[in-house]
Design a protein around this ligand. Sequence first.
Ligand SMILES: NC(=O)c1ccc[n+]([C@@H]2O[C@H](COP(=O)([O-])OP(=O)(O)OC[C@H]3O[C@@H](n4cnc5c(N)ncnc54)[C@H](OP(=O)(O)O)[C@@H]3O)[C@@H](O)[C@H]2O)c1
Length: 298
Amino acid sequence: MRVAVTGANGLLGGEAVAQLAGKHEVLALGRGPCRLPAGPFRWAEADLGDGRSLERALLDFRAEAVLHAGAHTDVDGCERDPEGAWRVNVGGTEQAARACRALRARLVAVSTDYVFDGRAGPYAEEDLPCPRGAYARTKLCGEEAALLIAPGAAVARVSVVYSGRPGAKATFATQIVEKLSRGEQVKAFDDQWVSPTLAASGAATCLELLLESDHAGVLHASGATVLDRVDFARRVARRFGLPEEIVGVPTASVKLPAPRPLRGGLRVDRACRLLRAAPIGVDEAIDRFHAEWQLRRA
Ligand SMILES: NC(=O)c1ccc[n+]([C@@H]2O[C@H](COP(=O)([O-])OP(=O)(O)OC[C@H]3O[C@@H](n4cnc5c(N)ncnc54)[C@H](OP(=O)(O)O)[C@@H]3O)[C@@H](O)[C@H]2O)c1
């Protein structure tokens, strides 16, 4: 099958390309040159924010399935540049959806728990979104573009994505390991409840949804455990055999441009019922994260 992945230099898109390569004809799409290890896939540059590059690339490839994982994911950057956030998160998803409609291709668009305001999480698919901030609003509008324009599309929501793979970008999880290894203290928000999503596991869930399921509409595809960031950091420290020098701080103690949902996180019961590559619990995910991290030393 001809499968395209956007955001292929990113955490989740990169994992998806690695899992697809060799099994399907894969077009990896991203901004600028490819930063993935070489493999049996093609690379094309496509800007999500220019209104046409992505659509044209998908049409040229005659995609049969599209995992749309590309996005402007810098939450505070989106707040400072709401027009840019709209162009990429809404316009980019609109491009993917238009191409999928024209090609009768299946679309899975990746989204976020930030579509909820974080007053009453963890949230199920039926709960009403209430986005706060530019990132959250543009991601929710992107969801609507996918569901409205591409017949039978699915939206896969994840939360706090991380990966230990060599070359994967820095995240809260990698900072915990790096800081504690240097003997530094880690500060973590103790009032943010999240569903951390190991990129490899989230990508597997999204790909099964894309290629082996006809589920249409929203599906929560994050990690299966909802916990606060201090608890997450402690579990990472323990698994890596590092001192638990973790200090909880309230979100309000740091002046951030964009609001953060506090009582967030996602319920994943539906994905667990529907899919074999179902969301996994946090300790299993951290075990895999630890195994990925060992590859950095190899
Ligand atoms: N990261 C999280 O914690 C998190 C949490 C909840 C939901 N999500 C959602 O999960 C999905 C996957 O994100 P991720 O975790 O893999 O984040 P990521 O690592 O930041 O990946 C996003 C990718 O999109 C690319 N991109 C940004 N602007 C672009 C543009 N104008 N044209 C082309 N490509 C562009 C980025 O390119 P560069 O690599 O060049 O920057 C990056 O490779 C997104 O839909 C995101 O909203 C992420």
